[in-house]
Design a protein around this ligand. Sequence first.
Ligand code: URA
Length: 440
Amino acid sequence: MTLGQAQGPGSAEVEPFDAVDVIRTKRDGGAVPEPALRWMVDAYTRGYVADSQMAAFAMAVLLNGMSRDEIRVMTDAMIASGERMSFAGLGKTTVDKHSTGGVGDKITLPLAPLVASFGVAVPQLSGRGLGHTGGTLDKLESIPGWRAALSNDEMFAQLQGVGAVICAAGSGLAPADKKLYALRDVTGTVEAIPLIASSIMSKKIAEGTDSLVLDVKFGSGAFMQDLDRARELARTMVELGTDSGVATTALLTDMNTPLGLAIGNANEVRESVEVLAGGGPADVVELTVALAREMLALAGRPDADVEAALKDGRAMDAWRAMIIAQDGDPDAALPAPNETHTVTASEAGFVTRLEALPFGIAAWRLGAGRARAQDPVLHAAGIDLHVKPGDQVAAGQPLFTLLGEDASRFERALEAVEGAWSIGSDAPAATPLVRERITA
Ligand code: URA
């Protein structure tokens, strides 16, 4: 099959390729040549290639995969569909982090100021949550006055001064991905690893960072539940970053249990501030420190004493400056729930299991997350865990507390967590939070 010239119905310009040829090439297991693949992405963004044709192509990719080179070209074509930011004039090295998302994952909040406290710039363009995984911007919007939308000039100035910025990604980055992701969502093609990798990395590379650390999660609360598939995704993204000139490493981390004790928005901010004050739950501290080390190593500071910056207030100072720069009041009271409901242990023993996904769904049902992109979130809603797997409990001891605006949502939240934890007579074997490190 050759990918020949074609003229689209009604188009004045001659299109250099034919979408059907591109689809057939991928359907039959071939590699799509670079010019044809670039054209396919561009023509889809322009509306020349129809949704039905792109859906067929996405399904062919899901079934037959893509070579490393095809994934690089696909990613580059999606980057070329929109604006590309540059921090070249900043005079500081930039390093970014991306997490594939999980339950209770608030790591960006302590991590960005912690890394910035070492003089490295951290441009963290983030999103709002949809479904059971929370959005970083939703969490930060619990802070009175805090503003997610910044102009490029404001972001640049904040990176120069404070060093860390967490703000909304502009709609101009990789518009091809926005269109393709929405199509994949309704055509059963979200799961294709080449498409996930190119989707995530096109946005991250377009943001203009020098280096990138990926937190790829596996387990019940993760986007990729299976460890082998999470590893394949991590490898694909690390290769892609490297091929695109962005120094990239990844950690594979366990998301079978919620991260930390807080699941929600305001309570996750509170927990992040505890970490910045040198305390906080051990797993949140462990992952924050592990990711900070990776980021600082890529930024040329492999010997930075990350734990010291958490203990001596440097990371907290950077946090306060970061919140104030975006009009937030770091000292203001966070929204508090009107109603709470605490679930207690029915027997004594060890907590052997506490599943991330049901707790994420329960927090979402309480209003901490949204079902539709336009829905608001309830900042005070969520769940505070009082125990984690491995903890010993007495009968009647509190296990977790539902936090809500009104008690009417509690029943559906409790349904979600039915059977989601176990208490047994033996302590469970400890499992590492950071399972693997993946480098180029
Ligand atoms: N997140 C993204 O941005 N893209 C995907 O394809 C999956 C998760």
